[in-house]
Design a protein around this ligand. Structure first.
Ligand code: COA
Length: 140
């Protein structure tokens, strides 16, 4: 999936984040045995992707993005629902993620999917010095 859509992934990434992942970061993920990356593909087109780690019985979402022209159509909800279904089928107990307080779209998405705020990591994002909100979803 990554090789086929590499250009599209890097393009979506660049249009989605203040500090986008570059190719080496994606390659690190592909070489990391804990890491999984899924693409949401319609026909020949990449709509979005999610990257997550599975370690013991916990999942950590590392990255999720939807192509700008396909947002607000339930695509992220679809990806997350599929991740939740998959994680439950693997007997995982929790899904974790970090989100910027300024990212209202993502915060609203995660709340809608049942994630709860559990902690603040001070100055977690070194590019803007922004805190991170840590959110978790209990699967059991
Ligand atoms: C955050 C993101 C992944 C949401 O993707 P999406 O496919 O547009 O989201 P969905 O259509 O599935 O929306 C699900 C819910 O999220 C919330 N939401 C999504 N976009 C929103 C926006 N722009 N403003 C407010 N709420 C929003 C809404 O609650 C929405 O439910 P509703 O449509 O019933 O109101 C997308 O905006 C994106 O790729 N952003 C850039 C990358 C990013 O910030 N990733 C998250 C990093 S933590």
């Amino acid at each position: 999936m990554f090789k086929r859509f590499q250009k599209d992934i890097l393009c979506i990434e660049k249009n989605s984040f203040i500090t986008p992942w570059k190719l080496p970061q994606f390659v690190d993920e592909l070489n990391n045995p804990y890491s999984h990356m899924w693409g949401l593909i319609e026909g020949e087109e990449l709509i979005g992707y999610i990257c997550f780690w599975m370690v013991v019985d916990e999942v950590h979402i590392m990255n999720i993005a939807i192509r700008a022209d396909m947002r607000r159509k339930g695509m992220a909800k679809l990806l997350l629902s599929e991740l939740i279904r998959f994680a439950k089928s693997r007997n995982m107990s929790k899904i974790w993620l970090e989100v910027r307080p300024s990212n209202k779209a993502a915060l609203s998405l995660y709340k809608k999917m049942g994630f709860k705020k559990v902690a603040i990591r001070k100055k977690y994002y070194s590019d803007t010095n922004e805190d991170a909100i840590v959110m978790a979803l209990d699967l059991k």
